[in-house]
Design a protein. Structure first.
Length: 337
C-alpha cells in the first residue's frame, strides 16, 4: 500500500478539474502543471500553492518522484504522452480518446503488457451519475425484464467548440472518439456486455462552410451475441442543451431519459401516469469520482477504480471499428485490442 501519490497534469483545459481533484485528495500531492499557453499556466498555477510549472511536458515525464500523470492535452498528443509516461514508470489517467488509430492502440496495449506494474484509467464521467447508477441496478435486478434495445444519444450542444480552436486544426478529430465514446462506455457499463459488430453513418451538415473538416454527427448501431441492439448517436452541431439522452427497452418495462423528463414506463396504456424519476442528473458533484477512485486504487490495490484499464481498451476498440464502418460503408466486426 502506497503512502502518497505524487502527480502532474498536462493540459489545463479539462485538466484544471483534475488538478483540483489531485490537490484535494488527502493521499496525493499535486507537483507539476504543464500547458503550452504561458498565460493559462500562470493563471491556473496561482490557485495551487507550491506547484511547479512548465511548458515542456518532458520535465514531468523525467521527474523520478512522479507516480501519476493526468493527460488532458489535445487528442493528437495522447499516444506520445501515454507511451512516455509508461517508459518513465508513471501511471496514466488520460482524457478520451486514449489515441486516434488502431495501430496507436496496439502500441499502447503492447507497452502496457510490458509494464504490468503500471495502471491506466480514463475520465468516463457518466458512470458516476446517480441516475445512470439507478438504471444499472434496475437492469441487473431484472426490473425491466430482458433488455432488447437501448438508445443513447450525446447531444453536445456546443457547436462553437467544433468550429473554432484546436478541433479545426487537426485532420484526425472524430466526433465518435470525442463524443459518442461516452455513450459507448455508458452502454457497456450498463449491460456488462461487449458488441460483436457495428454499422455506422456520419455527416458534417451542421458545420458545413466552417473550418471544421470532419464529421459533426455520427450514428452507430451495435449488435450483440444475444440479439440485443444498441443505437448510439453523437450530435456535435445540434441546437439543443448539452444532454445525455437514454432509453432502455425491456420485456417488462422501459426507461426513458429525455430533456422533457425522466420516467419508468410500466404499461402500454396511454392513460397510465408515468412513474417519474428524480435521481440526480447531471451529476456535477460527482465529476471527480472517477479520478478519485483511480487514486484510491493506486494507494490501495485491493480497491478497484470505477473505470478499469480493460474498459478503456474495449471502448476505444468499438469506436475505432465504428469509424472504420463509416469509411467503408459496411458492417464491421469489432476487433478488441
Amino acid at each position: 500500500m502506497k503512502k502518497k501519490i505524487r502527480a502532474g497534469v498536462i493540459g489545463l483545459g479539462v485538466g484544471v478539474h483534475h488538478a483540483k481533484t489531485l490537490s484535494l485528495h488527502p493521499k496525493t500531492d499535486l507537483v507539476w502543471l504543464c500547458d503550452f499557453d504561458k498565460k493559462k499556466l500562470s493563471h491556473v498555477s496561482s490557485k495551487f500553492d507550491g506547484v511547479k510549472i512548465t511548458q515542456n511536458s518532458n520535465d514531468i515525464f523525467q521527474d523520478p518522484s512522479i507516480d501519476l500523470i493526468c493527460i488532458a492535452s489535445y487528442d493528437e498528443f495522447h499516444l506520445e504522452q501515454v507511451l512516455k509516461a509508461l517508459k518513465n514508470n508513471k501511471h496514466v489517467y488520460v482524457e478520451k480518446p486514449i489515441c486516434l488509430s488502431k495501430d496507436e492502440l496496439k502500441k499502447i496495449r503492447k507497452k502496457f503488457d510490458k509494464y504490468s506494474n503500471l495502471h491506466l484509467s480514463s475520465n468516463m464521467v457518466l458512470r458516476t451519475c446517480p441516475l445512470f447508477n439507478k438504471v444499472k441496478k434496475s437492469i441487473k435486478s431484472n426490473k425491466l425484464g430482458k433488455v432488447y434495445h437501448i438508445e443513447a444519444d450525446y447531444l453536445w450542444g456546443r457547436k462553437q467548440k467544433l468550429i473554432s480552436g484546436w478541433r479545426t486544426k487537426t485532420d484526425k478529430y472524430s466526433i465518435i472518439y470525442g463524443a459518442a465514446v461516452h455513450m459507448v462506455d455508458l452502454v457497456l457499463w450498463l449491460i456488462e456486455k461487449k458488441p460483436l459488430r457495428v454499422q455506422a453513418l456520419g455527416s458534417r451538415i451542421a458545420t458545413l462552410g466552417t473550418r471544421q473538416k470532419n464529421n459533426d454527427f455520427a450514428v452507430l448501431l451495435l449488435e450483440f451475441d444475444d440479439q440485443i441492439t444498441v443505437k448510439i448517436s453523437a450530435h456535435g452541431g445540434c441546437v439543443h442543451p448539452h444532454f445525455h439522452s437514454l432509453k432502455v427497452f425491456g420485456t417488462n418495462s422501459s426507461f426513458v431519459h429525455e430533456s422533457s423528463g425522466t420516467a419508468w414506463v410500466n404499461s402500454c396504456n396511454s392513460n397510465i401516469k408515468l412513474k417519474k424519476e428524480n435521481a440526480e442528473y447531471p451529476a456535477k458533484s460527482k465529476r471527480d469520482a472517477a479520478l478519485k477512485s483511480f487514486l484510491d486504487s493506486l494507494i490501495n490495490p485491493k480497491k478497484k477504480p470505477i473505470i478499469l484499464q480493460e474498459d478503456v481498451f474495449n471502448v476505444m476498440s468499438i469506436c475505432l471499428a465504428a469509424d472504420l464502418a463509416i469509411k467503408k460503408g459496411e458492417i464491421v466486426d469489432i476487433q478488441y485490442i
